[in-house]
Write a protein that binds this ligand. Structure first.
Ligand code: MLT
Length: 247
């Protein structure tokens, strides 16, 4: 069945979970992997993120939309135009916790946004047990995440829950991505702090082929890597990812 969780609290078991925080964590993770960062290490806390810093890792994230003190980058996808290291450590208010929550319930966790919409749809084409997990804003549903969930749900085959039907109906109300991204509290918060340009970046559809995939969770840190070509997913080719937490 194709389902939508409007907030991570409604998460249920599924074979595949797609985490959506279009403004901006899932867009930023996708952008970072698309420019060649090998891995994005997503964590909840600022202290945790700082402890993960080491040469070759870029420290990025936001609190109240803004780059935390001492961090290299914020959470703007535009900050990831160019690769500045090998890995990213990312901490955000809603997106990173949503990823960690999804990791507890789904067999496979993917990262979805508008930037990778076509690639994601292609990846999900034959999946019939999918939950589209909206990160939302501070435990409440967010228009822009539900909108993207609705766009994805609309093209997937098979049965869908009423939540998926609601998201699809909602997505049809908007003429374009920009309008949907500007409609909620998340868009307003970004405009308020002068980050309105991020909305246009996040509204780009299918600009990259990369679909981030959760490779491992170690000590409360979720490692997201560029998706693996399905043809390589023969049991003998699966190697469990590991990564070092410390400096
Ligand atoms: C989040 O994870 O809470 C968001 O991505 C917030 C933001 O981008 O400012």
């Amino acid at each position: 069945v194709i389902d939508v969780a409007f907030t991570p609290r409604e998460l249920r078991d599924a074979r595949v979970a797609v985490v959506i925080d279009v403004l901006r964590a899932s867009t930023t993770i996708t952008q970072a992997l698309a420019v060649g960062y090998r891995r994005v290490l997503c964590c909840r806390g600022l202290t945790e993120a700082r402890a993960l810093r080491k040469p070759g890792r870029v420290l990025a994230g936001e609190r109240d939309c803004l780059r935390p003190p001492g961090f290299d980058l914020g959470n703007s996808p535009a900050d990831f135009r160019l690769r500045r290291g090998d890995e990213v450590v990312l901490t955000t208010t809603n997106g990173c916790p949503a990823l960690l929550a999804a990791a507890e319930t789904a067999g496979e966790v993917l990262v979805g946004c508008l930037l990778n919409l076509a690639a994601l749809r292609a990846r999900l084409e034959h999946e019939d047990d999918v939950v589209l997990v909206c990160a939302g804003t501070d435990s409440e549903p967010a228009v822009e995440d539900a909108y993207v969930a609705g766009l994805i749900a609309a093209t997937l085959p098979g049965d869908r829950t009423d939540a998926a039907r609601i998201a699809q109906a909602m997505a049809r109300q908007f003429h374009d991505h920009g309008a949907a991204l500007h409609a909620g509290r998340g868009g307003a918060a970004l405009r308020r702090v002068g980050l309105g340009n991020d909305l246009a970046w996040c509204a780009q559809e299918s600009a990259v082929e990369t679909v981030g995939r959760l490779a491992a969770v170690v000590g409360g840190v979720a490692a997201v890597e560029p998706g693996i070509d399905e043809t390589l997913l023969k049991p003998q080719n699966i190697v469990l990812a590991t990564f070092e937490l410390g400096a």
